[in-house]
Design a binder for this molecule. Structure first.
Ligand SMILES: [Zn+2]
Ligand SMILES: [Zn+2]
Length: 260
């Protein structure tokens, strides 16, 4: 399995996953040119993508979708209500019809089984994904205000988890965002705080070794070292060995982080 978070954060999200013989991109929130460039860097041909899976319709997850589909004809899977919300936006309304696929509750893409799961976020029908190939599992959940039982189940026993660690609560509260935006982020349909992410991982039913990418860090209300320390401290306090039981990887808005 190979996982490369090509970009992560409110300026654009895209994660490349290779399981078995199947190449999947979760979200296309950076330009098609950047997606191609980042895939070139890891010796993956953009034409070899088997599918793009869309979590939800916010701009930072679909910015590159139109060009990517028109240029390379890659099939895109999204929930029906998410498609409606995507096609309402000028940035993505010209995704070719033959590239649009309605995402079922469970789907097979090549030799990968994909199970979308609902997440709590202010979008039409937002989802995360559990992906399975033989004994290997990867789970992706960004943009969620609250970790439900369903999400905990979806993340359980994954070899690799991509999980949001959006903000430090104090930095957000003391920061410059207007109150309505602070409230939106802090709400159950907003984004996860570093402490939420830490406790989720600490209480997660895990395999012996789990790699976790801390994703969708706010540039305004978080810092990579703050996110990593907060999560690591909670894990350590819960008796988990950071670096062996759970290995943390930070993600960035402007460069890729990977694991092979
Ligand atoms: Zn987002
Ligand atoms: Zn969002």
């Amino acid at each position: 399995m190979q996982v490369n978070v090509l970009a992560s954060g409110s300026t654009g999200n895209a994660t490349f996953l290779n399981l078995g013989d199947t190449n999947i991109l979760v979200d296309a929130g950076i330009s098609a040119r950047r997606i191609k460039k980042e895939l070139d860097e890891i010796d993956v041909n953009v034409e070899d993508l088997d599918a793009v899976l869309i979590t939800h319709e916010h701009r930072d997850h679909i910015n590159g979708l139109s060009t990517l589909t028109r240029k390379y004809g890659v099939p895109v899977y999204a929930r029906p209500d998410t498609w409606k919300a995507i096609l309402d936006q000028a940035v993505a309304k010209d995704v070719p019809i033959n590239c649009r696929v309605n995402m079922a509750d469970s789907l097979d893409i090549g030799d990968v089984k994909v199970e979308p799961f609902s997440i709590s976020h202010d979008a039409a029908d937002p989802v995360g994904f559990s992906l399975y190939h033989r004994q290997t599992k990867c789970a992706v959940a960004t943009d969620l205000g609250f970790v439900t039982e369903k999400v905990k189940k979806a993340l359980a026993f994954a070899d690799v988890v991509v999980l949001e660690a959006n903000h430090d609560v104090d930095m957000l509260k003391q920061g410059s965002y207007p109150w309505y935006l602070k409230n939106r982020i802090l709400s159950n349909r907003g984004h996860l705080a570093n402490t939420d992410t830490g406790w989720t991982l600490a209480r997660l039913a895990r395999k012996n070794q789990c790699h976790t990418f801390l994703a969708h860090l706010s540039q305004e209300n978080n810092r990579p070292e703050v996110a990593e320390k907060t999560v690591a401290d909670i894990l350590t306090g819960a008796g988990c060995k950071v670096g062996s039981d759970v290995t943390l990887h930070i993600t960035y808005p402007d460069r890729a982080t990977g694991l092979k």
